[in-house]
Design a protein around this ligand. Structure first.
Ligand SMILES: [Zn+2]
Length: 308
């Protein structure tokens, strides 16, 4: 009924679990309220700013929208909201591991069997940069032959990691770092006791600050990488020793830390960048790629130590 739709369009709000990113939220909300939700979204931007959480919120909102008892979605009260995580209509993959063809096959199988009165299926893939070539091809097929109304949401740091054939099909939603204002407001509102060092380590990323505060090991790991970053400007024996000391970090964590190392580099303003910066970024990016495709850890660390 058009009248009801008009009211809904005026009044419905999406309850986001993520701070900031108002433009991006508005964009997604408008798509939902005007009934123009795309088949495929690429949420692109820095790690740990809330892209995947926002994608999950949006998926839930899509599903709840037609059921919600209040004009706030997700309402957390309807059947869809209550059984969302276990629902066959929703698929979530968020790991730092390589994404293989079997993962995409599983997604395809799940969606082929899923049948709900609404029928709209949603899949969120965090760290979508880890799709290997086979998985990317399988995903392209899935995009071409969707089983009913489906929305795929990929979260990833840069579009350069995916084949152009996939990138060209997605609606891009570009994210930036949390603003200093949002970052500081979050600390105030949540009454968080974060030291200056912890705040500096988080690099204006609310998600990263939470991680550092919740887990002492994570805090130490990130501190180690920041020390390494400093040392790498004048590589010497100490730098090499520190690189080799990363042998005790497991590959998964090492990938996270390398990503962080690259972010540190991005944070620098042109006048603080030294000449070897490009070389350094390339060496870390290469190490990251090697790790993603399961290279031997020692080989990866040796290659970085030699390249910087
Ligand atoms: Zn609901």
């Amino acid at each position: 009924m058009p009248e009801i739709n008009t009211i809904r369009m005026r009044e419905t709000e999406i309850k986001w679990s993520v701070v900031g990113h108002e433009k991006q939220k508005e964009f997604l909300k408008n798509a939902l309220l005007s009934d123009r939700v795309s088949q495929f979204y690429l949420l692109v931007g820095p790690d740990n700013v809330g892209k995947t959480s926002l994608a999950i919120d949006f998926s839930k909102a899509i599903k709840c929208y037609r059921e919600a008892v209040k004009p706030v979605v997700p309402c957390q009260k309807c059947e869809i909201c209550r059984s969302f995580r276990a629902s066959a209509d929703h698929f979530l993959l968020d790991s730092v591991e390589e994404i293989k063809i079997d993962d995409i096959r599983l997604l395809k199988k799940r969606f082929a069997f899923a049948a709900n009165r609404d029928g709209h299926k949603t899949a969120v893939i965090g760290n979508a940069q880890n799709l290997n070539r086979e998985a990317a091809n399988a995903f392209l097929k899935l995009l071409e032959e969707p089983a009913g109304a489906t929305t795929f949401l990929f979260a990833l740091p840069s579009l350069g990691w995916l084949p152009q054939t996939i990138v060209s099909r997605g609606q891009k939603v570009i994210f930036t770092l949390n603003t200093e204002k949002d970052f500081q407001n979050f600390i105030k509102q949540q009454n968080i006791a974060a030291t200056k060092t912890q705040q500096a380590l988080a690099l204006r990323r609310i998600g990263l600050l939470k991680r550092i505060l919740e887990d002492e090991d994570q805090y130490l790991s990130y501190s180690r990488i920041r020390d390494l970053d400093r040392l790498s400007e004048t590589p010497g024996l100490e730098f090499l020793n520190q690189i080799m000391s990363l042998h005790d970090v497991d590959s998964q964590q090492l990938r996270i830390l390398f990503t962080y190392w690259l972010l540190l580099e991005n944070e620098k303003t042109p006048d603080t960048l030294l000449k070897n910066s490009l070389k350094k970024s390339q060496a870390i990016a290469q190490g990251l790629e090697m790790l993603t495709f399961n290279a031997n850890k020692k080989l990866v660390l040796d290659s970085i130590a030699v390249s910087i």
